[in-house]
Design a protein around this ligand. Structure first.
Ligand SMILES: *[C@@H]1O[C@H](CO)[C@@H](O)[C@H](O)[C@H]1NC(C)=O
Ligand SMILES: *[C@@H]1O[C@H](CO)[C@@H](O)[C@H](O)[C@H]1NC(C)=O
Length: 558
């Protein structure tokens, strides 16, 4: 028989005597005075005895089993505290890796590949009219237009050029962007039809199909049968609004969608799991009303005592708004277009007398913010998985009456620090967002809601309630962003515990989340200036099309 190795013999030795030995060696090495040494020794013996008896409970004990378990729990806590304060559990932290690329999430400034994108120019008769486009800027389908515009405005010196190249030469392209905006087409159609969503206005025969026919006549389509072509579908059901003929024509392409769902069909039936990439949806606040969060916050994301003068200028539905410029979320607006008269004169005077006034920041005092409705009678769990029934007071517990709860309760809105309401005007909502720690994110008709990106833009930590990746939602850029670093997730079954859960988050933990929202999550917000969204999309497209992902000589983690 082979002799046992020292290592395996060590493992079977009595841990208590080993620990005692270690204490004795330490005392000897450190040369403590006899009194201190005796004290340490007695302390160590007590700790080791407790640890030993916990490892083998029940020896010579007559207490009832349940009591014993409870007792053990308490004792375990005490031992754990003792062990934590002794040096028994001390190990050196791992050294930083020299090659940071072995870790995830990645350094976002280092692209996986730099894909070259060709953007088709449609013949004029296939383009949407200017009025349709203008109308669409007021819709959540604006993302179609923003993503297109960001590529159109690309220059070799733009920030985006570190991550993506836009080319005029289809032969050089890895990917092809099709400026097809069927959601904008439908939006205008539905506005005209008074929101009769069955109305189509010829979107299939007059719009999608002619454009797809034109695109498919190019050599660049034939090269990969369209698999390297990109089309945006920012509506809840993706391409599910169109006829089979239209969907077939677009079927080979990569779709950029705003709703991804891992639940079983029918909930996920519009999501084409390996062909669709989820993008952040466009928010009205930022991309339609051009509210700039930086008019309400300082550069660290803390609320300004008084929003900057420019903030008020963008409020209201001015037909000339939004202007042709892009919405801004990275630096304060330059000035107020509409502030004439005595108030602006008075403001300038105050600024002169007290120059720090406009940028004085304070702290967030609202625990949780939410603006939104509860659905309609009869929708029951089809709307928001019934989670919003907890948000507002339920006086009757009659499920047919808002907020559609089977129980009588006071509603989360009644709690101090909970700023929950159906509606606010943009400026009011922006002020409240800037002063809120957490933002509630229950589902609506889908798991996705655009308010997540309003929260990010305003430095608010989102609280997924029955949403998020633990609930089956496919989150944008989950391959490169660790959403757990900047969001809180509460499963539907614990929605009623929300106040307790938020209360239990320490100040330090909250501050960490807040900083991650401000420094990391905010980079996901769809806006028109920096176009970060294309940087993260490029990473997913590199993976999807396997561009620049060849294995090197060193395959890690073997
Ligand atoms: C799209 O392609 C898939 C896989 O080839 C096929 O099963 C599906 O029926 C196609 N859908 C349409 C609408 O053509
Ligand atoms: C519940 O509310 C509905 C709608 O208001 C009403 O018709 C119904 O009678 C109510 N049920 C009870 C038990 O009060």
């Amino acid at each position: 028989m082979r002799p046992r190795s020292t290592a395996s013999r060590k493992r079977t030795a009595n841990p208590a005597s080993l620990a005692l030995q270690r204490v004795l060696v330490t005392i000897k090495q450190r040369r403590f005075s006899p009194r201190v040494a005796a004290g340490i020794l007695i302390g160590a013996i007590i700790v080791i005895h407790l640890a030993w008896s916990a490892s083998f409970p029940g020896t010579g004990r007559t207490v009832a089993h349940t009591n014993q378990l409870a007792d053990r729990g308490v004792r375990f806590d005490r031992e754990r505290d003792a062990a934590l304060s002794s040096s028994l559990f001390e190990f050196p932290p791992l050294d930083d890796l020299i090659d940071r690329d072995r870790l995830w999430p990645p350094d976002l400034e280092k692209p996986i590949c730099k894909p070259t994108i060709f953007v088709y120019s449609l013949p004029q008769h296939l383009e949407l009219s200017e009025t349709t486009v203008k109308q669409c800027r007021w819709s959540a389908y604006n993302s179609e237009l923003l993503l297109y515009k960001l590529l159109q405005d690309w220059t070799p010196s733009s920030e985006l050029a570190q991550h993506v190249t836009v080319t005029d030469d289809p032969a050089k392209a890895d990917l092809f962007f099709v400026p097809l905006f069927p959601a904008c087409y439908c939006f205008e159609c539905w506005v005209k039809a008074g929101w009769t969503k069955t109305e189509r206005c010829g979107v299939d025969e007059d719009y999608i199909q002619p454009i797809m026919k034109w695109v498919q006549s190019h050599d660049s389509w034939a090269r990969n049968n369209g698999a390297d072509h990109i089309i945006v579908h920012p509506m809840d059901f993706g391409d599910g609004y169109y006829t089979t003929t239209s969907r077939s024509a677009m079927n080979a392409t990569i779709h950029l969608v705003t709703v991804g769902d891992n639940r079983r069909p029918p909930f996920s039936s519009h999501f084409r799991h390996f062909q669709d990439l989820v993008i952040p949806s466009s928010t009205h606040l930022i991309n339609s009303y051009h509210i700039n969060p930086m008019d309400y916050l300082d550069d660290q994301g803390h609320p300004l005592v008084e929003p900057r003068g420019a903030a008020a200028a963008n409020v209201g539905h001015d037909p000339n708004y939004p202007p042709s410029t892009y919405p801004e979320i990275w630096s304060p607006s330059l000035g107020s277009k509409r502030s004439n008269g005595p108030s602006s004169w008075f403001k300038s005077l105050t600024k002169l007398v007290n120059p720090g006034h406009e940028t004085k920041a304070t702290t967030r005092t609202i625990t949780a913010v939410f603006r939104g409705g509860v659905g309609n009678p009869g929708e029951d769990e089809r709307y928001a998985l019934n989670i919003r029934s907890l948000f507002f007071p339920s006086a009757t517990g009659n499920v047919s009456e808002a907020p559609f709860s089977r129980h009588v309760h006071q509603g989360l809105s009644s709690l101090p620090g909970y700023d929950i309401a159906k509606w606010s005007d943009n400026d009011d909502y922006s002020r409240r967002l800037s002063r809120s720690k957490y933002g509630l994110a229950p589902p609506g008709y889908t798991l996705d809601t655009t308010r997540i990106y309003e929260y990010f833009a305003f430095g608010v930590v989102p609280v997924f309630i029955g949403t998020g990746h633990h609930a089956g939602q496919v989150l944008p850029f989950r391959n490169d962003f660790d959403w757990d670093e900047f969001t809180i997730t509460i499963p539907r079954s614990q929605a009623h515990q929300l106040p307790k859960i938020l209360e239990s988050i320490s100040r330090e933990k909250y501050e960490q989340l807040r900083q991650n929202v401000w420094n990391v999550a905010r980079l996901m917000v769809l806006e028109g200036k920096r176009g970060n969204v294309w940087k993260w999309l490029a990473r997913d497209l590199c993976r999807m099309r396997r561009i620049g992902t060849d294995a090197g000589p060193d395959i890690s983690n073997n």
